[in-house]
Design a protein around this ligand. Structure first.
Ligand code: NAD
Length: 292
């Protein structure tokens, strides 16, 4: 069944996601502040709108993929709530702070709309390829409505619980990823300094208890392990600046519930140093350059 979907925020991630909705037969009406992003969406088969309100009018569902909580809140409260047809479903796929996600979902419910937070795991390649993983927060009924739309853009759609729990899953996962990458970088850097061949260390550790995704799927040393951004001068992949964003969200959430996250805090300060050194655009595994 063709669903009419408004898509707001067609940047690095949203562009590919909207294109996959089109490929699955949905009628997509796109809006972005950037003319360039809109032109790409049009080339992928979406119809362009002159404002968020125009994109949303008459749509069955609204998908947003925006930079941060302030953009999400402004777009929903400023335009989407007023322009959406009764019964429209809202899906925010941006990575934002849990408090804003819960506030916007509650405000949508006050106006009679169902909404989910549905942040993603997977980068630009997964957005383009339709292989994202969605972590979804919201009520059971909203999740059931969101699932077929999200499935057109991803390989896995997982219900994480009530409103905001998608964001909670995302930042807990990325805090873990940040910490394992830091640990992997420092172990490789130290092994090298001690005089242990990095490939030999990989061969041992990748089948021993120090193994992790950061080591065996995304090794931070060029020429060791499978192909990774390290083999391409740390270009592409997951930008260090985005890892820093997620770690800051994780620390904010930790403070709000009095959780102790010393490893997350250490990772945040190291990624801050990496970004401050001008390397924020490089893949997050480039941290190894800071350590070794
Ligand atoms: P991006 O900056 O490339 O895209 C964001 C888009 O939103 C831009 O095109 C911008 O013009 C548009 N925008 C901003 N304010 C707007 C408004 N008021 N109305 C309409 N459009 C507006 O960012 P991205 O890399 O696509 O990331 C989007 C979200 O996905 C972020 O929350 C990010 O943390 C998350 N994310 C990104 C990645 C990644 O690898 N890039 C991976 C997972 C999650």
């Amino acid at each position: 069944m063709t669903t009419s979907i408004a898509f707001i925020g067609l940047g690095n991630m949203g562009g590919g996601m909207a294109a996959n909705l089109v490929k699955h037969g949905h009628a997509v009406r796109a809006f972005d502040l950037s003319e360039e992003a809109l032109a790409r969406a049009e080339a992928a088969g979406a119809t362009c709108a002159a404002s968020a309100a125009e994109a949303v009018a008459g749509a069955d569902a609204v998908v947003t993929m925006l930079p941060a909580g302030k953009h999400v809140e402004a777009v929903y409260t400023g335009e989407v709530f007023g322009a959406a047809k009764p019964g429209a479903l809202f899906l925010d796929c941006s990575t934002i702070d849990i408090a804003t996600a819960r506030r916007v979902i509650a405000a949508a419910a006050d106006r009679g709309f169902e909404m989910v937070d549905a942040p993603v795991s997977g980068g630009i390649a997964a957005a383009n390829g339709g292989t994202l993983t969605f972590m979804v927060g919201g009520g059971q009924a909203a999740f059931a409505r969101a699932e077929p739309i999200l499935s057109a853009m991803g390989k896995a759609v997982i219900h994480a619980g009530g409103a905001g729990n998608g964001q909670a899953a995302k930042i807990c996962n990325n805090m873990l990823l940040g910490a394992t990458m830091v640990a992997t970088c420092e172990a490789f850097a130290m092994a090298r300094k001690i005089g242990l061949d990095p490939q030999t260390f990989y061969d041992i550790s990748s089948v021993s208890s120090g193994q992790s995704w950061s080591m065996t799927s995304y090794c931070p040393l060029p020429g060791v392990g499978p192909q990774s951004p390290a083999d391409n001068d740390y270009q592409g992949g997951f930008a260090a600046a985005l890892m820093l964003k997620d770690l800051k969200l994780a620390l904010e959430a930790a403070a709000s519930v009095d959780a102790s996250v010393p490893m997350g805090a250490a990772a945040e300060s190291l990624y801050q140093m990496l970004v401050n050194s001008g390397e924020g655009g490089r893949d997050f595994s480039a941290l190894i350059r800071l350590l070794g």
